[in-house]
Design a protein around this ligand. Structure first.
Ligand SMILES: Cc1ncc(COP(=O)(O)O)c(C=O)c1O
Length: 403
């Protein structure tokens, strides 16, 4: 069976409001099954995790199921999945745990392509330990981050390389596997931000060579939380600050306080929903791969249509044109019209494509867009061809009116 966008759209109550949602890179809309799973969990008999009462067993089962689902999505082991409030919070926590072993003379590498959540926690952790930060630059003309841009910064003192699997501003997908291999050759760990990528393609943590892979279910139909995946053996070597009475087992010792059971149930439902985008047989991991391949094809087709439409308009500037396959995320501006104005005018006409830097502040500055950024349009699993045509027509009108 092929990708049927109209069938998929019926699962999203939010779409009945009528807006065309190009704001998916900021967070996707949510299918009914996910909302139902959250509400059902909140309203069912539930207690803290345990094995004595049915309520305790329910909470425990929800956590175990969510770890399995998250592991299936990114190709990890369930025992290596850590849930947290957000990718940002998890990265701060993990950076502090990892930095306990750093000292003066040690180095960490961050990139200007990254969202600030995969930069600042490392910069601040390095500062706190007297370690040095090395910055890898991407090519502002193409949006590409060359492997050599990272490799040239590595030394025997490099402790960690933090790199994005895909830029939330430009859609660039660096060659993470090659970067991770270089990091490992230097004896460093590789921490990969998968928040933007995971919504758009099948992911395999192992083939990336990522020591940590972090993402946020609210970008792919789920509730607002994050998870990090790593090998349980690596997690065993880390000792985060934690409460005395809380368990010291992995991965629980990284999860501070009580887990949000309802959001975990929603996460499992979201991952099951992705696995059913294109109904098929096989394990959940197999179905996720099949569905995400079909989704990627659908989104790529629409992204090419959007790019071609925008390129044909006088006065529209598109940023980044990487040769490598990128996510269906397009960053652009209209000559003579502030991005905020384009965003507002589109919004008035039911087209949601926000403007800004989207916390990829270093990236926007390196592109010459300062702290203002540009307009970002992301294709989502529920985006249709006619929505793309509507966005292009509206930009054509705005560019024409301001020419
Ligand atoms: C690429 C990327 N990394 C990190 C984040 C931060 O994720 P969270 O909101 O879960 O902290 C975002 C959020 O937009 C993102 O797009």
């Amino acid at each position: 069976m092929s990708y049927d966008v109209e069938r998929i759209r019926k699962h999203f109550p939010a779409l009945t409001e009528g807006a065309a949602h190009f704001d998916g890179p900021g967070g996707s809309q949510v299918p009914t099954v996910v909302g139902d799973a959250v509400a059902r969990t909140l309203c069912s008999a539930i207690a803290n995790r345990g094995s004595v009462t049915a309520a305790e067993r329910r909470a425990d089962g929800i956590v175990v199921d969510a770890r399995r689902a998250a592991a299936d999505l990114v190709g990890a082991e369930p025992e290596g999945v850590i849930f947290g409030r957000s990718m940002t919070q998890l990265t701060y926590d993990l950076s502090r745990a990892l930095a306990k072993d750093w000292g003066p003379g040690d180095e960490v590498v961050v990139t200007r392509l990254d969202h600030d959540a995969n930069i600042r926690p490392w910069v601040q952790a390095a500062e706190a330990r007297g370690a040095t930060v090395r910055w890898a630059d991407f090519d502002p003309a193409t949006g590409e981050l060359a492997v050599s841009a990272v490799a040239d910064l590595l030394s025997e003192r490099t402790q960690l390389v933090a790199v994005t699997a895909a830029s939330n501003l430009l859609g660039t997908r660096p060659d993470v596997a090659a970067i991770a291999a270089k990091a490992h050759e230097a004896g460093a760990l590789c921490y990969v931000d998968g928040v933007h990528l995971t919504a758009h393609t099948p992911v395999d943590l192992r083939s990336f060579g990522a020591d940590f892979y972090v993402c946020s279910p609210y970008k792919f139909f789920g509730p607002h939380l994050g998870f990090a995946a790593a090998s349980p053996a690596l997690l065993e070597t880390l000792h985060p600050d934690k409460l005395l009475p809380s368990t010291n087992v992995v991965p629980e010792r990284f999860e501070l306080g009580t887990l949000p059971y309802e959001l975990l149930a929603g996460t499992t439902a979201a991952i099951d929903f992705i696995a059913e985008l294109v109904p098929g047989a096989g394990s959940r991991r197999d179905r996720l791969t099949t569905s995400l391949r079909a989704l990627e094809e659908h989104e790529d087709t629409l992204a090419r249509r959007l790019e071609a439409g925008l390129r044909a308009i006088d006065g529209v500037v598109l940023y980044g044109s990487p040769e490598r396959h990128r996510t269906p995320t397009v960053l652009f501006s209209v000559d003579g019209v502030a991005p905020e104005r384009v965003y507002a005018e589109l919004g008035e006409r039911g087209v949601n494509a926000p403007a800004g830097t989207f916390y990829a502040l270093e990236c926007a500055r390196h592109l010459g867009l300062g702290d203002t950024g540009a307009v970002r349009a992301g294709i989502a699993p529920y985006t249709t061809e006619s929505e793309v045509d509507k966005l292009v027509a509206e930009i054509d009108r705005i560019a024409g009116e301001h020419a």
